[in-house]
Design a binder for this molecule. Structure first.
Ligand SMILES: [Zn+2]
Length: 275
């Protein structure tokens, strides 16, 4: 089966210092992947708590340099396809800049993600203060939904369960039954618009003693709405993680009745049969 890793960071991401396009592409090839897409971070608004730790005011990357590097590495590394992507951080007050940037560049794939919310960075914890798990997760899901519907111009909804990765609550997973009122319109929108849901395998590992799980009921509901496109992404920031747990999750979604795994080329979905 041809496996593509649709979510990877390189030296062009602010947090990509542990790898390069070349090293991660070589790592992906060594693990037998057919392709890898580099989706470096673009967040136009960085909340103060993050800026303080990382000394960054924005996380825009040099798109021209990244795309030139991808062309150069592709030319000298046969046997794997390398795609040009971006992980666009959605943030309401940056809407105009987001749309403008996406209109200026050609990508193979655009991931729409929410990393920062209400001027906080969940990674540093501030977002959760004064909220119980239901409020914290629910408001995050509502925010993704509002911003992605506004944007429209994207291919993959990135890590909808990112908010659970670093949360302080015992409830480590986003379950359909707890958020069906928010997930239903989200999944219906994605299905009807031909967008992909990402299975982000970085979420499903230990984070401070908690391991979030993927709820099959979310994927099954997506399928009920007619959704077919699921993309695998490792969210790698080093050469060892591309393709992490892909064999397992490919089998898993096949067992749920999905027929394809999908990657994107020149902003078009390419569904390939599972199995
Ligand atoms: Zn992300």
């Amino acid at each position: 089966m041809l496996l593509y890793d649709n979510h990877n960071h390189s030296q062009f991401s602010f947090d990509g210092k542990r790898t390069t396009v070349e090293k991660s592409a070589e790592g992906a090839k060594a693990r037998g992947l057919a392709g890898i897409c580099f989706t470096d971070h673009c967040d136009f608004h960085v909340p103060p708590m993050k800026a303080e730790h990382e000394h960054l005011v924005k996380e825009e990357f040099d798109i021209a340099a990244q795309q030139a590097e991808i062309d150069a590495v592709s030319a000298r590394l046969p046997g794997i396809r390398i795609f040009k992507g971006i992980e666009m951080g959605l943030y309401r007050s940056c809407r105009d800049r987001i749309r403008n940037l996406l209109s200026l560049w050609n990508f193979d794939e655009v991931i729409a993600s929410v990393h920062y919310i209400d001027d906080t960075d969940p990674f540093y914890g501030g977002y959760y203060q004064g909220k119980d798990w239901k409020q914290a997760y629910g408001h995050y899901l509502e925010t993704i939904y509002e911003e992605m519907v506004w944007l429209g111009d994207f291919d993959i909804m990135g890590h909808y369960d990112y908010v659970a990765r670093y949360a302080p609550y015992p409830q480590a997973s986003i379950l359909y039954r707890d958020f069906s009122d928010i997930l239903d319109p989200m999944l219906e929108y994605l299905a009807h618009e031909g967008k992909a849901i990402e299975i982000n395998t970085k979420t499903y590992q230990d984070h401070n003693g908690r391991t979030p799980v993927l709820d099959s009921n979310i994927l099954l509901r997506f399928k009920e709405f007619g959704g077919e496109f699921i993309s695998l992404g490792s969210d790698s920031h080093d050469p060892e993680r591309p393709g992490d747990k892909f064999g397992y999750y490919a089998g898993y979604i096949g067992s749920l009745g999905f027929r394809y795994l999908t990657h994107f080329e020149n902003r078009k979905p390419v569904p390939l049969p599972i199995g």
